[in-house]
Design a protein around this ligand. Structure first.
Ligand SMILES: [Mg+2]
Length: 390
């Protein structure tokens, strides 16, 4: 089997990322979305999504590269390859793009392509991706509703009650206004806890930008970060996420050592080498590789082994389309311990429309993990064609 085409597909939508003042649902990136489609001479195709600066990613995948190794574009490196050679191709893409890539957009493009190759590889074998990776240890996993902080305690309570009514047993609130006013932060978390009741899981993602998603203000000191973890513990918060500058591994380790709440992070981390340092330095209790950023399934499967050696949990970060949820669920199926799948309840019309999937939420708050060849998520081609701009 040979790769015949690699298409970066740029989609345009009409809504922008925003939290809401009231109880209404927040919105993820609804203005641009990149998809990648890998085609083969045997008719099998792989699809993946990437959360990145999409117009630049189009150039990295299929633009004009240079003849010198390290400055090649990714499609050039892929045409004619056997898509089942995932590890060898990963190395080839890394080296071929090393002078402009290695992290950021380059690695996000490699991640999407790697996911496509794993999808093709498992379709070719006639099994689900989880079986391709070594086998399913479970059929279902608890989903957590993942959304943004609302601006008032009343809106937080209304939002939390809405998720409970839909069947969620776990909710994560992140970013939004959190960090702007410490007194209000506490009121918002308190209102969410009261609405969820004592038994359901409440997760908090304070954000690492100074004072929330607007990026204004100053970063927390170590003492302030630890104090925040201490008051969050009073509300039985299950983890505090991604709240330290992503380059400050030493700071993560110091805060984690003092925090009464488990520390979760890893969505900013990429490549197995960086995950190895992050985990071995004792930065987190829960590692959160994002399969559209970390280097794809090839890297995430290695991170799962590192996490197991370190005795920590792995919960993939996945706040994008159903494609990323689908890849994440397949990895989760293989883990020795699975706690949650992240469920993006803030999808815009653009991220929601791309892929059809029936991730039905059972009354116990779990979702089923598909066991069909590939990842069991179907792209809506008509929707993609209607929103495509390149
Ligand atoms: Mg996060």
């Amino acid at each position: 089997m040979r790769i015949t085409d690699v298409e970066p597909i740029l989609l345009r939508g009409e809504t922008s990322y925003h939290a809401t003042a009231g109880a209404a649902e927040a919105t993820d990136n609804g203005d641009w979305q990149l998809l990648v489609k890998v085609s083969t001479d045997e008719g099998l195709t792989g699809w993946a999504d990437a959360e990145t600066l999409a117009p630049a990613a189009v150039a990295i995948i299929a633009g004009q590269g240079m003849s010198i190794l390290g400055f090649r574009t990714l499609k050039d490196l892929l045409i004619g390859e056997d898509p089942r050679d995932t590890a060898r191709i990963w190395d080839k893409l890394y080296v071929g793009s090393a002078y402009y890539g290695r992290r950021g957009i380059g690695m996000q493009c490699i991640s999407a392509i790697d996911n496509c190759l794993w999808s093709i590889r498992s379709q070719a074998a006639g099994v689900s991706l989880a079986r391709m990776l070594g086998g399913r240890r479970r059929d279902r996993v608890t989903a957590y509703a993942s959304t943004l902080f609302r601006e008032t305690p009343e809106a937080m309570a209304a939002a939390a009650r809405g998720y409970v009514e839909r069947g969620f047993q776990a909710v994560k609130f992140g970013w939004g206004v959190f960090g702007e006013d410490p007194g209000r932060d506490r009121e918002l978390v308190s209102a969410a806890r009261a609405a969820l009741g004592p038994a359901r899981h409440l997760l908090v993602d304070p954000g690492w930008y100074p004072a929330g998603w607007k990026g204004e203000g100053r970063p927390r000191s170590r003492r302030e970060a630890i104090a925040m973890c201490e008051w969050l513990a009073e509300y039985g918060v299950g983890w505090v996420e991604d709240f330290i500058h992503p380059e400050r591994f030493d700071e993560y380790a110091a805060v984690r050592a003092a925090s009464p709440v488990p520390v979760a992070a890893g969505e900013q981390v990429a490549t197995v080498w960086e995950f190895e340092r992050f985990i071995r330095q004792g930065c987190v209790d829960v590692i959160q590789p994002d399969l559209s950023r970390c280097g794809g399934i090839t890297v995430a499967a290695q991170v799962a082994r590192l996490a197991e050696e370190a005795g920590i949990d792995l919960v993939p970060h996945s706040w994008l389309t159903h494609l990323l949820t689908g890849y994440s669920l397949q990895l989760i199926a293989t883990l020795p311990r699975a706690r949650f799948v992240e469920f993006n309840v803030s999808q815009s019309p653009l991220t929601k429309g791309i892929a059809r999937a029936s991730f039905d939420l059972a009354p116990d708050g779990t979702v089923g993990i598909p066991d069909t060849p590939g990842i069991g998520v179907e792209v809506d081609i008509d929707f993609v064609n209607a929103h495509r701009v390149n």
